[in-house]
Design a binder for this molecule. Structure first.
Ligand SMILES: Cc1ncc(COP(=O)(O)O)c(C=O)c1O
Length: 418
């Protein structure tokens, strides 16, 4: 895929800021993508430009008109990228805030009574939102148990809990701890089958940069994305809400459009930087399809990204050339199993002979940046049942190279020998 096309990986890498050097510590391999992906250079430039504009929307002057056009284009690009012809896209404060807003609107807008359903795999963002609004609306909240061995939760686990009185359900598209995706399409279909009016909110924050999003096919009611995890910058979250969810009562200025989810003066830079992300997908996808149809190109980019990450994951686990992979390094345990087709850009692991904090430092000393995950608010739902206090999360993206994986394996083999 990407690394098999001569020169393409270099072109891809050249589009990202700080691809191999940390502005603070110097050269490093970036395997911390689940904490926040690298930022496109175009996003950095656009961000600076828009931050410099003093003008505001809703005025009759050229600057105001240009800012409004950037906002409209950003929204249109978000729709295209998520394949969302219906419903509303909106920009909020963060992925977490968007999830809270979607869940709150659903819980308050749903017919009174009934139940709410999530899973033990959810990130605390959706879990906390579901818990709070179940409490406020007096509904019982059940959490479907995920499978510790596979690091995901499948439709069979959901089925016994889906009842006709289900009002709100939340589904994480991919776990940021195990890195394993969830078959959201099948779960949404199973919910629609028994509880057609249930509001279904999907947390796509970890999934978004690793595979395609097709909201038209998904048939959910809400979807959340954090742009800094998809090659844009911090400071905003993206939400999508179905027409049905949009029709529920929500916070809007008196007299403003009932379909509007956004509040207050817009930061045009957030929309413009997401257009840069979509432009990147269009460019990359255009190298893998002859089609000029934008959606086809976005899907081609998502497929190429996913395929490239599978190559990197396979190399990490099975090894490269003469290097032992994680599967063969004594003392290494990989969360979610070694051969998991649902893996998306994350390999979380423990090493028997070295605690996670020391291993993170050991790798940092060798210019490889990874992150510790602890049995705490963020990861206790996954690590606790496994009886693990800490692990390291190695998270990669399509711009990481096979050479970087090779250096990581050299370091891991060295760590195992200490
Ligand atoms: C699956 C998932 N949901 C929600 C969040 C929270 O996102 P944010 O910090 O952008 O609000 C994260 C962040 O890691 C995540 O991975």
């Amino acid at each position: 895929m990407i690394s098999e096309v001569p020169g393409l990986l270099e072109q891809v890498r050249d589009r990202f800021a700080h691809i191999d050097t940390c502005p603070y510590s110097g050269p490093r391999i970036f395997f911390e993508n689940a904490g926040g992906a690298l930022t496109l250079k175009s996003v950095v430039e656009t961000s600076g430009l828009y931050a410099s504009y003093p003008d505001n929307q809703g005025r009759i002057n050229a600057a105001s008109t240009a800012l409004q056009s950037a906002i409209d284009k950003g929204r249109a690009d978000m729709r295209l990228w998520m394949n969302a012809p219906d419903g509303q896209v909106f920009v909020g404060e963060s992925g977490t805030e968007v999830l809270f807003r979607l869940v709150r609107t659903a819980a308050l807008g749903a017919e009174p009574g009934g139940t709410m359903l999530g899973t033990t795999l959810e990130h605390p963002a959706s879990r906390s939102a579901m818990s709070r609004w179940a409490d406020v609306t007096g509904r019982p909240l059940t959490l479907v148990a995920h499978d510790d061995a596979t690091g995901t939760v499948d439709v069979e686990a959901w089925l016994p809990h889906i009842t006709p009185d289900l009002r709100v359900a939340s589904i994480v598209h991919t776990s940021p701890v195990t890195g394993i995706s969830v078959d959201v399409n099948r779960i949404v279909a199973a919910i629609r089958d028994k509880a057609p009016d249930c509001f279904i909110i999907v947390d796509g924050i970890q999934h978004a940069s690793h595979g395609g999003i097709d909201l038209d096919a998904l048939n959910a009611d809400g979807y959340a994305v954090s742009p800094y995890k998809v090659f844009s910058r911090h400071g905003y979250g993206i939400g999508w809400a179905s027409d049905r969810l949009t029709a529920c009562t929500k916070e809007t200025l008196v007299g403003s459009s009932p379909t509007g989810w956004e509040q207050g003066t817009r930061d045009a830079g957030s929309y413009a930087t997401f257009s840069d992300v979509v432009d990147y997908f269009l460019w990359l996808g255009g190298l893998f399809t002859e089609s000029t149809d934008p959606r086809t190109r976005i899907e081609a980019a998502a497929t190429a990204i996913h395929a490239q990450e599978q190559i990197l994951a396979q190399a990490m686990i099975e090894g490269t050339h003469n290097q032992r992979g994680l599967a063969d390094i004594p003392g290494v345990t990989v969360l979610g199993g070694l051969d998991n087709p649902g893996r998306e850009g994350v390999v979380s692991l423990t090493l028997d002979t070295m605690d996670a904090a020391s291993l993170v430092q050991f790798l940092e000393d060798r210019e490889i940046r990874v992150h510790i995950r602890k049995n705490d608010t963020y990861c206790g739902n996954v690590l606790g049942p496994l009886g693990i206090d800490t692990c390291i999360r190695v998270s990669f993206s399509h711009y990481n190279s096979p050479g970087e994986v090779s250096r990581f394996l050299t370091a891991m083999n060295e760590a195992a020998a200490v």
